[in-house]
Design a protein around this ligand. Structure first.
Ligand code: ATP
Ligand code: MG
Ligand code: MG
Ligand code: MG
Length: 439
C-alpha cells in the first residue's frame, strides 16, 4: 500500500476523550472512529488488524477441530423465553420490536440459538462430539462503555459451543478450548493467564477466564507469580488426545490464579509470600462447561447407545476479538506509539522515502516496494511529500515492526537502513539484503 493513496486519518493531538493508552493510540493512528457511545467504525487500518486477529482465531479454532459457521446478530425473543434468560438478562440486552410487533433482540451471546440449531438437526449420539463456532458482532448495552473497543456496546466475539454425550466428553472439549486459547493468545504476542472465574449469567461450575495483566485492566486478580513463567510455546498437541489436553489444563491451572469473584484469602495465604501477587487484568476470553443447562429446557437431546434419549452436555467458549486489539496495544507500546508483535502487524514493514521527488531515491523505493511484494510481504510505502521527521513519527505511531529508510546519502553506497521498532536498532545494508532479512 502507498500511504499517499491509503485512508489513515492520523491525529496530531491527543484526543481528550481517551483515558487509556490503547484507546488514545487507536484514535491517533486513525484505526477507529466512535459513532455513538461504545459503537465504532473500523477505519482501514483498524479493520485490517481486526481481520488479522480474526484470522488467527479461525486458524487456531480449526486446528482444534472446531467448525466455523455464522449466526445472525438479531434473534427472536421466543428462544430466550424457552431458556428463561429473556427476563434474567436485564438491561444489558438491547430489545427491538419489528413491524409485526414481534419481540427481537440484538444477540449478546448465542447459547439459545445454537441449541435450537442443534435440536433441529442432530438426533443421534453418533453425530457427537460436535463443536461449532462463529465470529460475529454482539451487542451488550453496557452501563459504562469506555476505554474504546475494550468495553464497547457493539463488539466482535468468537463464541464456540460444544455438544457431547457425557460430562467427560464435554470436559475434554473444555480442555481443548483451553489449549487452543493458550496458542491463540501467544501467537498474538500476549500472555493470557487462565484464572478460575465465576459463572455469571451464562452459568456453570467449570469456568476459566483468560487475563492479560495490565494496569488499566478492569478485573482485580490474585496469582502465584510462578504462573507467569509458563509458556505454551511450539508444543505439538493432538487435540483428540484426552490425556494431552488434560495435562496442559493441569499444568496451566496448578498455580493459584483467580479473579476477585472467586478469590479465597485462606487458600492464597498458602502460596509463599514472595510469590503472592495482586494486580489488574484485561479479560480477553472465557470458557465454560455448563452441562445440560440449555439442552434440558430447550429439548436438545440425542438417542444414546442404549436407545434412550438424553440431553447433551454443552459448554460455551468466548474470545473478545475486538477487545484484543486494545489489549495487545496495552501490552505493546512506548511513548512514541504502538509496537505490533510480528504475528498481528497490519503491514510487515514500512518504507520511508527521505527525499520524495528525487528521481533516484524514488526509483530505489519503488524497486524495494516491488521486491518486498514479490517476496510475499505486505509493505506500507510512505511516499507522501512530507518531512522525514513527520514520516518517522507516523511509522512509530502505527507501530510496524520494521522500517526501511531510503535516502540519497545511503544510496550512494547502495545502502538503506533497516530499523527494528521494538529495539530501535538500525543496521545498514543493501536493499536486496533488507528484503532477504525480512522474507
Ligand atoms: P466483562 O467481564 O469484561 O464484562 P464478560 O465476562 O461479560 O466480560 P463474556 O460473556 O465472558 O464477557 O464474553 C466473552 C469475551 O467477550 C470476554 O472475555 C471479553 O473478552 C469479550 N467482551 C465481553 N464484553 C465486551 C465488551 N463490552 N466489549 C468488548 N469485548 C467484550
Ligand atoms: Mg460483561
Ligand atoms: Mg467477565
Ligand atoms: Mg466473561
Amino acid at each position: 500500500m502507498r500511504l499517499s493513496r491509503y485512508f489513515m486519518p492520523v491525529l496530531k493531538e491527543d484526543p481528550k476523550e481517551a483515558q487509556i493508552v490503547s484507546h488514545r493510540l487507536m484514535l491517533r493512528a486513525g484505526m477507529i472512529k466512535q459513532q455513538a457511545a461504545g459503537i465504532y467504525s473500523w477505519l482501514p487500518l483498524g479493520h485490517k488488524l481486526l481481520r488479522r486477529i480474526e484470522q488467527i482465531v479461525h486458524e487456531e479454532q480449526q486446528r482444534a477441530g472446531h467448525i466455523p459457521m455464522l449466526m445472525p446478530t438479531l434473534q427472536p425473543a421466543d428462544l430466550w423465553r424457552e431458556s428463561g434468560r429473556y427476563d434474567d438478562y436485564g438491561e444489558e440486552m438491547l430489545r427491538i420490536t419489528d413491524r409485526h410487533k414481534r419481540d427481537m433482540l440484538y444477540g449478546p451471546t448465542n447459547e439459545e440459538m445454537i441449541t435450537d440449531i442443534f435440536r433441529s438437526h442432530v438426533n443421534s449420539y453418533k453425530d457427537l462430539p460436535l463443536t461449532l463456532y462463529h465470529i460475529q458482532w454482539k451487542f451488550r448495552d453496557e452501563i459504562r462503555p469506555r476505554f474504546g473497543v475494550m468495553r464497547g456496546r457493539e463488539f466482535l466475539m468468537k463464541d464456540g459451543y460444544n455438544f457431547d454425550l457425557t460430562k467427560e466428553d464435554a470436559l475434554h472439549a473444555y480442555n481443548r478450548h483451553l489449549v487452543s486459547y493458550l496458542r491463540t493468545y501467544e501467537r498474538m504476542g500476549l500472555q493470557a493467564i487462565p484464572m478460575r472465574a465465576d459463572g455469571g449469567p451464562i452459568g456453570g461450575d467449570y469456568t476459566h477466564e483468560f487475563l492479560v495483566l495490565a494496569e488499566t485492566g478492569e478485573s482485580e486478580v490474585f496469582y502465584d507469580s510462578e504462573i507467569t513463567d509458563l509458556k505454551f510455546g511450539n508444543r505439538q498437541i493432538d487435540y483428540d488426545s484426552v490425556e494431552q489436553c488434560q495435562a496442559v489444563l493441569e499444568e496451566f491451572t496448578s498455580r493459584y490464579a483467580r479473579t476477585d469473584e472467586t478469590h479465597d484469602e485462606a487458600i492464597f495465604d498458602k502460596v509463599p509470600e514472595e510469590r503472592r501477587r495482586s494486580a489488574r487484568g484485561i479479560e480477553v476470553g472465557q470458557i465454560f462447561y455448563f452441562g445440560t443447562k440449555y439442552s434440558e429446557p430447550m429439548g436438545a437431546t440425542v438417542v444414546g447407545p442404549d436407545g434412550s434419549r438424553v440431553p447433551v452436555h454443552m459448554g460455551s467458549h468466548g474470545i473478545g476479538v475486538s477487545r484484543l486489539l486494545g489489549a495487545i496495544i496495552e501490552a505493546n507500546h512506548d511513548d512514541k506509539g504502538i509496537i505490533w508483535p510480528e504475528g498481528v502487524t497490519p503491514f510487515h514493514v514500512g518504507i520511508v522515502n527521505l527525499k520524495q521527488g528525487d528521481a533516484s531515491t524514488d526509483n530505489a523505493c519503488e524497486a524495494l516496494y516491488r521486491d518486498l511484494k514479490a517476496a510475499g510481504l505486505d509493505p506500507l510505502y510512505d511516499d507522501r511529500d512530507e518531512r522525514a521527521g513527520a514520516k518517522f513519527a507516523t511509522m512509530d505511531l502505527i507501530g510496524l515492526p520494521w522500517r526501511i529508510t531510503v535516502g540519497p546519502r545511503g544510496l550512494a553506497n547502495n545502502k538503506v537502513e533497516l530499523t527494528s521498532r521494538r529495539s530501535g536498532e538500525s543496521v545498514e545494508m543493501s536493499p536486496a539484503e533488507a528484503v532477504e532479512r525480512l522474507r
